[in-house]
Write a protein that binds this ligand. Structure first.
Ligand code: NI
Length: 167
């Protein structure tokens, strides 16, 4: 396994639309393992392949306290969504920034697991937020794009400054 580099907003590669995975093979399983290691190390509760500059439809999520409940979503499709919920979100690609985002309260998602087997998940609460947030990454969308243009430019400036500070 290897830890991968996480792209930082506003890196334009984060706006790439991911392609579906044709076959869940050894290459994809290695990507899943590397993404899981990267997510746990960060630490974060979700990571999309887009964030590690791999533009295929792969997500890893673990919202458990014990960090032992890895969920893998390959080619995820939203089957249904309902309700409205507002949660504060953050993102490994937007370090140190948290803000409220309005999303569906409940979602049903269908995907393949790391073995290539299809499953359906009914999610609510944090899992629903996380699934929607990570699926957005595969569409080239970062959560800050839901915020006002003023907030977005403030965040961009803040993150650019932080990069300079660490050089
Ligand atoms: Ni994110």
């Amino acid at each position: 396994m290897a830890k991968l580099t996480i792209l930082r907003y506003p890196d334009p590669r984060l706006y790439t639309v991911a392609k579906p995975v044709a076959t869940v093979d050894e290459r994809i399983r290695r990507l899943v393992a590397d993404m899981a290691e990267t997510m746990y190390d960060a630490p974060g509760i979700g990571l999309a392949a887009t964030q590690v500059d791999q533009h295929v439809q792969v997500l890893v999520i673990d919202i458990s306290e014990e960090r032992n409940d890895l969920r893998v979503f390959i080619n995820p499709v939203l089957l249904s969504s309902d309700g409205i919920a507002i949660h504060e979100e953050g993102c490994l690609s937007v370090p140190g920034i948290y803000d409220k985002v309005t999303r569906a309260e409940r979602v049903t998602v269908q995907a393949l697991d790391a073995e290539g087997k299809s499953f359906t998940l009914d999610a609510e609460g944090l899992m629903a937020v996380c699934v929607q947030h990570e699926m957005d990454h595969l569409l080239g969308k970062v959560f800050v794009q839901y915020l006002s243009p003023l907030k977005q430019s403030r965040i961009k400036n803040k993150l650019k400054k932080r990069v300079l500070e660490t050089m």
